[in-house]
Design a protein around this ligand. Structure first.
Ligand code: NAD
Length: 393
């Protein structure tokens, strides 16, 4: 009888698992179902562009039905409420209970607010297309309010966290807001755009020369970096910093970090600080019929105590390993060990600038080559998942 594969999450890990599993297995070998809270696969590495208003929603939101539906993959649009690995069941928010022979958990990560008072209630995050739309609409509404009232808080945007998400977002604002202000009859010089980072420097993932390059490029376009000072409190109209300074702002966007998905942490699957522990073949260390892909797994490189970072490129590669290993469990063969290939890291600084390191040697790129490489990596991903076709819907 055909086995039931249930995949939780339609992000990078989930979609690549489904597509790879179908490459090696027909519908008579296994039924495959993806549960996702949206009907779309969202390209979260490009959400900053949607939040800034430089691209349209359909460029980052691909219908799952087009991407995997034609491959005999069932799609359930719902959120996961509870995973019961000992019963091989998953309860969905809509009330249905899904059974499985093999489960793939690819639910991603959640925003970490670190218990900072007022932050969760008063900030925006950038984790979905809906979040990006909310940010863009809110910024525009506050600028309209500023035009009427002259209240400076309405023309002040604070991005909390200077990792790649925060820096890429201020880059889009720096490029797009002058045009938005012009269209509203507001002087862009009235707008204050802050990026606040607790660590001594933004973008710690990059060598100093690229950090300096990024800061210089963005500062020239109106971004003020405040580094070495943590955000300690937020209200609807203010951000308090550890040094006691207060920034009056009606727009606070929090990109200060991620943590494991609580549904996974509380499931009973073996875990380490909220992320599931896995074998080299990406099976749960406690439940071998459960595979993990993406941010909700903690994967350690051989011999290292520092886990791999939670990135899209790893989630994608984990999905491919999981999809293949499922076929081995069902049809026989030898499972692959997860051994990721790092193509590098590229961070955009708006439409026309970027910094990054590529390849194993960490070759440094900046300016146009980095921008082109960043765009190429998005196109490469879309083409890999046949998403260019889905974009045309
Ligand atoms: P992150 O954890 O990489 O960065 C968060 C930053 O917020 C850190 O620098 C941290 O010091 C800072 N921070 C934490 N608490 C703070 C506070 N109270 N006040 C001020 N600053 C505070 O998170 P991210 O940028 O969302 O990235 C998450 C993962 O996704 C990373 O692995 C990243 O590399 C990856 N990512 C990659 C890309 C890309 O490849 N272009 C883009 C976005 C994210």
């Amino acid at each position: 009888m055909s086995k039931q594969i249930l995949i939780l999450g339609g992000g990078y890990g989930g979609v690549l698992t489904a597509q790879t599993a179908r490459k090696y297995m027909s519908a008579s070998d296994a039924s495959i179902t993806i549960v996702n809270r949206f009907p779309t696969h969202q390209i979260i590495t490009e959400l900053h562009r949607l939040a800034g208003g430089t691209i349209a929603e359909k460029a980052v939101s691909l219908p799952l039905a087009k991407l995997v539906g034609s491959n005999d993959v069932n799609i359930i649009v719902d959120s996961v409420k509870e995973i019961k690995p000992n019963e091989k069941k998953v309860v969905l928010e809509g009330g249905s209970v899904q059974s499985y022979d093999y489960l793939v958990v690819a639910l991603g990560s959640e925003t970490n607010y670190f218990g900072i008072p007022g932050l969760e209630e008063n900030s925006f995050v950038l984790k979905s297309v809906a979040d990006a739309n909310r940010i863009r609409e809110h910024v525009e509404a506050r600028l309209d309010a500023y035009k009427k009232s002259g209240n400076k808080a309405d023309a002040t945007i604070v991005v909390g966290g200077g990792g790649l998400t925060g820096v890429e977002l201020v880059g889009e604002f720096a490029d797009k807001l002058p045009e938005v202000c012009r269209s509203k009859g507001i002087d862009f010089n009235d707008v204050s755009l802050y990026c606040v980072e607790a660590a001594p420097a933004v973008l710690p993932i990059f060598p100093k020369v690229l950090i300096d390059r990024a800061v210089e490029s963005l500062s020239k376009r109106g971004v003020t970096f405040i580094t070495g000072v943590a955000i300690t409190e937020a209200t609807k109209t203010s951000v308090t910093l550890k040094d006691g300074n207060v920034i009056n702002s009606s727009t606070i966007i929090w990109t200060g970090g991620v943590k494991g998905n609580p549904v996974v942490g509380s499931s009973g699957l073996a875990e380490d600080r909220g992320r599931s522990t896995v074998t080299s073949t990406l099976q749960s260390t406690s439940h071998p019929e459960v595979f993990l892909a993406g941010d909700c797994a903690v994967v350690f490189p051989e011999g290292s105590e520092r886990p791999f970072p939670p990135t899209a490129q790893l989630a994608w590669q984990m999905g491919e390993t999981v999809g293949y290993n499922l076929s081995v469990l069902i049809k026989g063969g030898v499972m692959d060990k997860f051994s990721p290939v790092f193509s590098g890291t590229l961070g955009s600084l708006g439409r026309k600038d970027a910094v990054g390191t590529i390849g194993g040697s960490g070759t440094q790129l900046k300016g146009l080559p980095a921008t082109l490489m960043k765009e190429a990596s998005n196109v490469r991903y879309l083409s890999h998942i046949h998403g260019l076709f889905a974009l045309a819907y």
